[in-house]
Ligand binder design. Structure first.
Ligand SMILES: Cc1cc2nc3c(=O)[nH]c(=O)nc-3n(C[C@H](O)[C@H](O)[C@H](O)COP(=O)(O)OP(=O)(O)OC[C@H]3O[C@@H](n4cnc5c(N)ncnc54)[C@H](O)[C@@H]3O)c2cc1C
Length: 393
């Protein structure tokens, strides 16, 4: 560590530093010791999600009666960042439990829905997810094909969802589908589904991922899955708005994860560069390696300020869509660059699966894709900067 720890720390309160330390310790003691073995086995541990829940990791921005602990987005970011510094996979539950399902149901749900679902996501005993992506629908969310047909007292779901984190292990989560395709964006509806309980749903794992091996990803096939009407989230036809609102929260979680990966790769590179000697001195004293470390440092610290700013705005209840996209783009690009440079600094060892540099790189690549690709962030940012795109919050 060459950093003096001052990066934005001036803004952290004592309790926030304690929370940061708790997450750092959790990552060091509960994740790191068995991580490489779990990575090789593609192992996911639901009991670890529950343990994170027990520690309050998924309680951000929620009222006390639903499991909230007075923590806000800033605390969530601080924790997710520390976890991702060790394992990008284990950052995902922040989105799958708290920032995705729990916050969205708290915002749009009925009091029955909130009471029934939110506490289980917050304490980590019910694994959550959110499903918008399909085999032929990614960035263009409104082009999704999944249909929800009104059958009187329930909706019948037909279609496929793909690339869904925690799909095949999920207990309850969010599904976006069209109730009336002819109405365009206004014909989409959000649902709370329980795939293990509702008949007509098959979930399968996707085992071919490049990275994030400890974060399960899967697909859903819906063949007439019956969803009771009381499981409509928000109003029928309001799904696109719900989806955009949700993405504005989960995008921050992704940015926090990217920040962690960038910081983790930077620390790893610095330690190695100080240790590895070539041409009679540590490689950290060769000018080109110094330039690499300096660039990684600047990108990491810039991203950190942007991510913290977006979290702070959300905690103030201020519009944050633009700043969240700026943070997500900056942090995910910084993560990929840092991991790439880290691999180079490691030389041959960077190319070896016995060292974590290549894992950082494989995991970082996902961050340029999820919660809206880098191109999609650029469209949002430039659209809002030019005044063409409205704030959708
Ligand atoms: C590990 C992992 C976990 C995921 N978890 C979830 C999840 O939990 N829930 C969920 O719903 N989805 C999830 N996804 C899916 C992810 O959100 C989508 O993959 C992402 O939105 C991009 O969609 P796509 O892959 O279909 O790419 P496409 O939309 O087909 O894009 C392909 C390329 O075209 C570019 N492109 C597309 N449109 C434009 C445009 N208008 N202008 C410029 N360039 C454009 C993109 O930037 C990209 O480079 C996950 C994906 C991964 C890899």
């Amino acid at each position: 560590m060459v950093r003096n720890g001052a990066a934005m720390n001036f803004a952290l309160k004592e309790e926030q530093q304690l929370i940061q330390d708790t997450a750092k310790r959790f990552a060091a003691e509960e994740i790191a010791p068995t991580l490489e073995q779990e990575e090789r086995q593609h192992a996911f541990k639901p009991e670890r999600v529950a343990k994170m829940g027990e520690l309050g990791f998924f309680s951000c921005a929620l009222p006390e009666e639903l499991g909230g602990s007075g923590m806000g987005f800033m605390e969530s970011v601080l924790m997710a960042e520390q976890i991702a510094k060790v394992s990008a996979s284990w950052r995902l539950p922040f989105n799958m439990q708290n920032l995705g399902p729990a916050l969205t149901v708290t915002k749009f749900g009925t009091s029955e829905q909130k009471k029934k679902y939110v506490p289980g996501w917050v304490d980590g005993t019910q694994l959550g997810f959110f499903a918008m992506t399909e085999p032929n629908t990614g960035s263009d969310v409104a082009s999704m094909k999944t249909l929800a047909v009104d059958k009187g007292d329930h909706f019948e779901i037909h279609g496929n969802k793909m690339w869904i984190s925690q799909a095949h292990v999920g207990d309850a989560g969010l599904l976006y589908a069209f109730t009336d395709k002819s109405k365009g964006n206004k014909g989409m509806t959000a649902f709370i589904i329980e795939p293990k309980k509702m008949k007509g749903c098959t979930a399968r794992p996707i085992d071919t991922k490049l990275g994030l091996h400890c974060a399960p990803t899967g697909e859903f096939v819906f063949e007439g899955m019956q969803v009771p009407k009381e499981n409509v989230l928000g109003q029928v036809g309001e799904g696109f708005r719900v989806c955009m609102w949700q993405l504005n929260q989960t995008r921050l979680g992704c940015a926090a994860g990217a920040l962690g990966v960038a910081g983790g790769a930077l620390d790893l590179a610095i330690n190695y560069a100080k240790d590895r000697t070539q041409f009679g001195k540590p490689i950290s004293q060769h000018q080109m390696v110094q330039a690499q470390i300096a660039e990684m440092t600047v990108e990491h610290q810039s991203a950190q300020m942007l991510v913290y700013r977006a979290a702070w705005l959300k905690d103030q209840g201020k519009p944050s869509q633009y700043e969240t996209s700026v943070a997500k783009l900056a942090a995910s690009e910084a993560a990929v660059h840092a991991a790439n440079e880290c691999m180079k600094i490691f030389g041959s060892y960077g190319f070896s699966t016995e060292y974590p540099a290549e894992r950082f790189y494989r995991d970082a690549k996902s961050l340029q894709v999820v919660e809206g690709t880098s191109n999609i962030q650029k469209i949002i940012i430039s659209g809002m900067a030019c005044g063409y795109t409205p704030n959708r919050e």
